[in-house]
Write a protein that binds this ligand. Sequence first.
Ligand code: DGL
Length: 294
Amino acid sequence: MKGHTDAMTLAPEQPIGVFDSGVGGLSVLQALRTELPHERFVYLADSANAPYGERGDAFVAARTHAITQYLRDVHHIKALVVACNTATAAAIHEVRSSHPDLPLVGLEPALKPAVARSKTGRIGVIATRGTLSSAKFGKLLASLAGEADIVVQACDGLAHAIERATACSQPGMPPHALEVRTLCDRYLKAMGSFGVEKGQIDTLVLGCTHYIFARDALRALVGPGVQFIDTGAPVARQTRRLLQTAGLLHSEDIPLSRETALQLLTTGSLAHLQTVAQHWLQLPSSCCAAVVVP
Ligand code: DGL
């Protein structure tokens, strides 16, 4: 992996970069915009290369590195949120050492909050194969040994199905939404019984940012009593803390121009990103653009 050598100047007016393999990280972007309404954001969906989950570490690390460099060189970001559990697991350490000057926030399945909140002591974790087989996740799991019964399930194909389902703006049950439901059903059944009774899984960790878009399908399968844990809000708070410590928070007194406050970029289909922005997040399609990141 190439090292980033020249330290770049970081300033409060610069945007925060956020990236994911696809549209999943937009859920994290929403949390960031709520926590940091005075900041500018550049979101990059690497949809041309999604999903990352079954691609292997070397590929995901190379993409993570290329995108970080692109966001620095072209968009002059002052901080980066890797809004992808799979990319964080595969590459966050390398990105940190290649870009020691850049405030960097990664995501990992929120096991500790789940352990603290579970009443039955039985927790489910759904994530990509890449995340669950990583050394980083293995360490996290080992650090909680004996504190809870943790059932993990790799959901091959689910992020991909969600990418395709979110590309469709029609109401009703288009074929890809049906595929999302079928996959959720298969994977949750494999994990055992969900509910709030003794021996049941009462807490489900969404260990992939895409899975929030399948929240309704998951809820229909586990029932109302099971709590979902995702990392959007804590990651947003952590980003605020890092920027504050580095003296990089954007001033609340300088208004943001609508044109530069938010840019949504994709290496894949522009129409797909625009559909997700409009139909799922109520964001104007004018803030979306297609880019090439070799
Ligand atoms: N959204 C990503 C994650 O949080 C990866 C999904 C994928 O591309 O497989 O892990």
